[in-house]
Design a protein around this ligand. Structure first.
Ligand code: PLP
Length: 309
């Protein structure tokens, strides 16, 4: 039997400015916590490589934005930074990384509305080793299916109470979509809106690339993602990669995208903070892209993304 992955927990607690370490094998939450009873809270998932968290500021800013969408007062960014440092350092001292090539930790920030009636939120940082499956999929690529998300691409603006751009704890639908895909023999999902637009993956952002020759024969590379105002989560990975790709001479574009745009692309990826850039091999069973170009572009974009902070 394999032993469970070591989990390190550090709670944000005003009485412990550097964070309050807690035993992850013991109960730590009250059953009346609104995060448990209503999924009322927000979270972030970050990657630490060699002990350094990537894109920390972008994640802290998105956490603040998600919390604001829920009218939730959360600890300030310095308190988060101290608890994150404590959790990463603790994990590395308790579980020294054996393989430098796999020295990756998933660092999750969670904050709930707290116990019913209490004036404070419940907030913690959790550090665990990154799984091998995600690292493998960066290399092998993934098969995805297109699934309905059940809303149109304008609803985010019309109905802000749906919290579509916020990273709330209510991820049961996203996880159900992934299980549905696994039952169909696929690895992942791309959601579509009721008006036929490409949205996002349950835990990732959709990217596609086109390479064309310009009049003087030099290749023009274009990286495209769905419109950010179509009810999707603004990905910190997409944001960082777009900045790096622009600096490297790529043209950038933002939807609207339809399924045919995915089928016509030279390459499609799902990008996220922990799995990073996962090339899409098949959509609904159909091979997409140009395999040699996909490989070349994946290597180039992965290199650019690795250079972001
Ligand atoms: N879209 C959704 C719904 C997500 O849950 C995530 C991340 O978990 C992403 C996109 C990608 O975001 P990021 O690149 O910040 O990890």
């Amino acid at each position: 039997m394999t032993s469970p992955a070591p989990v390190v927990l550090v709670f944000l607690d005003p009485a412990f400015p550097e964070g309050r370490p807690a035993d992850a094998s013991q109960p730590q939450l009250l059953v009346t916590d609104l995060g448990v009873t209503r999924g009322d809270g927000v979270f972030e998932t970050m990657l630490a490589v060699g002990g350094t968290v990537r894109k920390m500021q972008a994640h802290l800013d998105r956490l603040a934005g998600s919390a604001a969408a829920l009218d939730l007062d959360i600890p300030d960014q310095d308190a988060w930074r101290r608890a994150i440092s404590a959790a990463v350092a603790r994990h590395r001292s308790q579980n020294p990384p054996a393989d430098p090539a796999a020295d990756e930790l998933v660092v999750k920030l969670v904050v709930t509305r707290g116990v019913e009636g209490a004036p404070f939120p419940t907030a913690w940082v959790q550090a665990t080793p990154a799984g091998a499956a995600g690292r493998r999929q960066r290399e092998t690529g993934i098969d995805v299916i297109l699934l309905e998300r059940g809303y149109d691409s304008d609803v985010a603006e019309r109905a802000p109470w749906l919290l579509l751009g916020a990273k709330t704890l209510s991820y049961a639908v996203n996880m159900a979509a992934l299980r549905y895909a696994h039952k169909q023999g696929a690895d992942d999902v791309i959601f579509l809106s009721t008006d036929g637009r490409v949205l996002e993956g349950p835990t990732s952002t959709v990217l596609l690339a086109h390479v064309e020759k310009s009049d003087d024969g030099t290749p023009v590379k274009r990286l495209i993602t769905p419109q950010l105002d179509s009810g999707i989560l603004a990905g910190t990975s997409q944001g960082a990669l777009f900045a790096a790709a622009k600096a490297a001479g790529w043209e950038l574009g933002y939807g609207p995208l339809e399924p045919q745009d995915l089928m016509d692309a030279d390459a499609v990826w799902l990008i996220s903070s922990v799995r990073l850039l996962a090339p899409v091999n098949r959509i609904d069973g159909k091979e997409i892209g140009t395999p040699s170009l996909q490989k070349e572009l994946t290597a180039e974009l992965s290199g650019l993304f690795a250079g972001t902070r």
